[in-house]
Design a protein around this ligand. Structure first.
Ligand code: SF4
Length: 499
């Protein structure tokens, strides 16, 4: 489609809103009519005018033309996007469950609204200003309530550590991470492991110099258990030897794929002090596993879970995905019931991010997309109901673009088993220092929403060949903290609390 963004700067929001309604259109954004070359199947025209009705939207495609004028609003961006949202709804007849929210952190927005206006007014704004449906507003409020005790307990020097192991046994068909299959990268793993240990040690030195307090460790990827048992032990030993762990109550390792788990690795993790692991079925249907290119069976997941219990893990997460190819409503429900029988402490329900290429025929595309969205929606509602009935509460939630049914990913926990790291990273409450390929350190100013990102190289081969540059970039951590601390000092001085 052509998206015209005339005389306003809100192209990013406009593009995201268009994708909510037309998830399979390629959005070509233009800033003047003269730029339009090849005619497209659809045109969305948005303009900010200085005279008369300031906002103007026109949508045109084979189904007809919809026009709207409106404004002005006190908040210009909101006014423009609300008008576009209204026009898109009228044109398509669709009512997105998350209303006009397109960001990935809806709970963070709800928290900010709650801090500013109180719980009742925040709930009203969520529903009436942003048009969030009753059921999504309700789950957002439940999630915020579960995570508030954790976010309230963050102190200004707290941080978490993220370690990335970007290798997997094979690459899943839907994967959009930087992870690479072990078959292709076997030789890289020992070199990567060695450099990762060095980076962990260097990062610990930076945190120590800054007097930061480590609260949680999360090893993700990829599949960290592609490392063998001695490599896992060495990684944990390196963390423990270099960081002050006295305030760190949570140490998660994603054991991810059951085909990477064995007793030796589980024992290495547990004896090293890992407190939480993930064993991720995604589905417990063998035909669906085959469709997504995971070379293991549902039984292997069940066996890996039982083995982890036998070894002694008392905090296990299981990831599931709604909207996988070949999964039906009945087979998804069967997966949920089998997972509940295993009785994990956490269940994370993801929505598959849809790709335009996943549809075979152009002619059936829209109907197929609609059918898939409805199915994903039913699956998600079933998961929500059964997890609630089984004593779980939602504790973190985030969204991605092009998710099946325009839904969300939600982490559910039994009481006392929330994973603080997941909350910190999604709510962007505290600093996360990251090590490894694809890692992004997020430095959080404790007294504002300012967040500074420092990127490691994405792929393992770049990480290995340009490792020195990563260490140089990490020099920026101390610099940024210097700025934060000046501000903190001023805040303490003006409130008379500086010692
Ligand atoms: S296990 Fe996860 S990271 Fe690895 S290939 Fe599959 S989706 Fe990607």
């Amino acid at each position: 489609m052509h998206l015209f963004v005339i005389d306003h700067p809100y192209h990013y929001e406009a593009e995201n809103l268009c994708r909510v309604f037309f998830p399979f259109d390629k959005v070509i954004t233009l800033h003047s009519e003269a730029e339009a070359e090849e005619p497209q199947n659809r045109t969305v025209y948005t303009a900010l005018r200085n005279t008369g009705a300031p906002y103007y939207v026109r949508i045109e495609d084979e189904t007809g033309v919809t026009e709207r004028t409106g404004g002005p609003e006190t908040e210009e961006e909101y006014g423009m996007m609300a008008l576009l949202f209204d026009a898109l709804q009228a044109h398509t007849g669709k009512t997105p469950r998350w209303g006009m929210l397109t960001g990935i952190h809806p709970i963070k927005l709800l928290r900010q609204l709650t801090e500013k206006f109180g719980e009742v007014e925040a709930g009203r704004l969520f529903r009436e200003k942003y048009f969030v449906s009753e059921e999504k507003a309700a789950i957002a409020e439940r999630t915020l309530r579960t995570q508030t005790p954790v976010t309230m307990d963050v102190h200004e020097n707290d941080y978490s550590l993220y370690i990335s192991v970007p290798f997997c046994p094979t690459r899943c068909a839907y994967c959009s991470f930087v992870s690479q299959s072990v078959e292709k990268t076997k030789k890289q793993i020992p070199v990567y492991h060695k450099l990762l240990m060095e980076e962990i040690t260097a990062t610990a030195a930076i945190a120590k110099d800054l007097g930061l307090t480590l609260r949680s460790v999360y090893v993700g990827g990829g599949t960290p258990t592609t490392f063998d048992a001695p490599q896992l032990s060495e990684m944990i030993r390196t963390v423990r030897a270099s960081f002050d762990m006295t305030q760190c109550e949570e140490f998660t390792v994603e054991a991810g794929r059951p085909d990477t788990i064995d007793r030796a690795k589980l024992e290495a993790l547990l004896s090293g002090g890992v407190t939480r692991i993930s064993i991720n079925p995604q589905t417990l249907q063998d035909n669906v596993l085959e469709n997504i290119g995971r070379r293991h069976t549902a039984q292997q997941t069940v066996d890996a879970f039982r083995l982890a219990r036998e070894v002694g893990f008392d905090n296990i997460n299981m990831d599931l995905i709604v909207g996988l190819p070949g999964d039906t409503f009945e087979s998804f429900c069967d997966t949920i019931e089998k997972v509940l029988e295993l009785d994990p402490e956490n269940v994370t329900v993801h929505s598959l991010a849809l790709k335009r290429s996943s549809f075979i025929t152009q002619s059936g595309e829209v109907n197929q997309a609609h059918a898939d969205a409805l199915l994903a929606d039913h699956m998600m509602a079933y998961a929500e109901r059964r997890l609630t009935e089984s004593g779980f509460e939602p504790y973190y939630l985030y969204r991605q673009s092009r998710m099946a049914g325009n839904l969300e990913n939600t982490g559910w926990a039994k009481p006392g088993f929330v994973c603080a790291y997941n909350i910190f990273t999604m709510d962007e409450t505290e600093t996360v220092l990251a090590c490894g390929a694809g890692g992004v350190s997020k430095l959080k100013d404790p007294y504002s929403e300012e967040l500074c990102r420092i990127f490691n190289f994405k792929y393992s081969y770049e990480y290995i060949s340009r490792y020195e540059e990563i260490l140089e970039r990490k020099g920026g951590i101390a610099e940024k903290y210097e700025q934060f601390r000046k501000r903190i000092h001023q805040i303490h001085q003006s409130s008379g609390t500086d010692q």
